[in-house]
Design a binder for this molecule. Structure first.
Ligand code: MRU
Length: 348
């Protein structure tokens, strides 16, 4: 049974565990068309790069279904473009829509009904594939974790951010599954609180020891020797290894370097964007001020005060000890190890 992303045959829609209300409420959100899928992506009913990719794949099927009728092909292209632009930073969104389009283009002549059936099957395949990739990331990542480690993570790169198991949390789960004792420090991750709400929720559910720390406790915890490794996810990794992830990640990386703590990024190859040469070219999402001015319904800043709400930052490749992928742990220089990983995959 799929956990937080479910295709419902009965309802003919995509069901998403609504991450806006976790851990307090387990509500399900129904994506029935392109608009509701875009709404779910933008408001973070579902979030995390690979989960965004899986949702977008089902979103293509919903778009195709919605486009039915005279002139459907043209309407479909508009819907797909809207879907692809729902969020700018996580490249898995574009990757999924491009993959769906490419698979269709490789089968010219599909009529509307055949395309809907084909895309639903392909979305299910992408969903299953992400589960397998996360397990592989876990297996490779387990090798960089030692028995007894305390691992800091930032944001949520767990089961909730993927189809299942997670990338950064996949590394932690992989180490635990290999019999290692691991404790986790989850940075709370202002303003959406992915660490406090989601990482803590899923690790606690799994019985993996986790403590939540305020984002600004990072330096103190590292100075006191309370952090052995850092493992985070990524929303987009440029061809040179610069990695965009949740705002605050680059500060954690710079502190880790200062205190001599290994810093790993865990992500599938679908998060590596070889069309983006370096981190400066990665678009950074600028979200609604309300996420910063309010905690829930409670306003915490004076009326009329401006805020910054950049959702991501970029960790320069020089601060990254290794990138854990489904094909193994890539090491610097990343422009070479990334190119090699893709070449090896293409040669298979
Ligand atoms: O804004 P979000 O919650 O979508 O940001 C998510 C992250 O930054 C994750 O760390 C990243 O997508 C990797 S998820 C495996």
């Amino acid at each position: 049974m799929d956990w937080h992303i479910r295709f419902s045959d009965e309802k003919g829609c995509l069901l998403l565990l609504d991450q806006r209300f976790l851990p307090n409420r387990e509500d399900w959100f129904e994506c029935t068309d392109t608009a509701s899928t875009i709404y779910a992506l933008q408001t973070m009913v579902v979030r995390g790069a690979p989960a965004i990719g899986v949702t977008a794949a089902y979103g293509c099927w919903l778009a195709a279904r919605e486009a039915a009728g005279e002139g459907w092909e043209k309407r479909l292209e508009t819907l797909l473009t809207d879907l692809e632009n729902a969020r700018p930073t996580a490249v898995n969104l574009r990757w999924a829509v491009r993959r769906m389009r490419a698979a269709r283009d490789a089968r010219p002549g599909l009529d509307h009904e055949a395309l809907c059936a084909f895309w639903l099957e392909l979305a299910k395949e992408i969903h299953e594939e992400d589960k397998r990739l996360c397990r592989l990331i876990g297996t490779h990542g387990a090798t960089v974790i030692d028995d007894g480690d305390t691992v800091m993570t930032h944001c949520n790169a767990g089961a909730l951010a993927t189809a299942d198991y997670g990338t950064a949390l996949g590394v932690i789960r992989g180490a635990v599954d290999a019999g290692k004792r691991v404790e986790v420090i989850a940075n709370e991750t202002r303003p959406f609180l992915q660490g406090a709400r989601l990482t803590a929720y899923e690790l606690h559910k799994d019985g993996i020891p986790v403590k939540v720390a305020c984002d600004n406790a990072c330096s103190l915890l590292m100075k006191r020797g309370m952090v052995d490794k850092v493992v985070v996810g990524a929303d987009r990794i440029a061809a040179n290894g610069d990695a965009a992830n949740k705002i605050g990640t680059s500060g954690v990386a710079i502190l880790a370097r200062h205190y001599g703590i290994p810093f790993y990024v865990a992500a599938p190859l679908s998060t590596i964007d070889r069309e983006t040469p370096d981190g400066d070219a990665i678009p950074i999402e600028d979200r609604t001020p309300r996420e910063v001015t309010h905690v829930g319904d409670h306003q915490i800043t004076p009326d009329g005060v401006g805020v910054f709400n950049f959702a991501f930052d970029v960790t320069p490749a020089e601060f990254i000890t290794g990138i854990v992928t489904e094909r193994g742990v890539l090491l610097p220089p990343y422009s070479e190890s990334i190119a090699r990983a893709f070449a090896e995959r293409e040669a298979e």
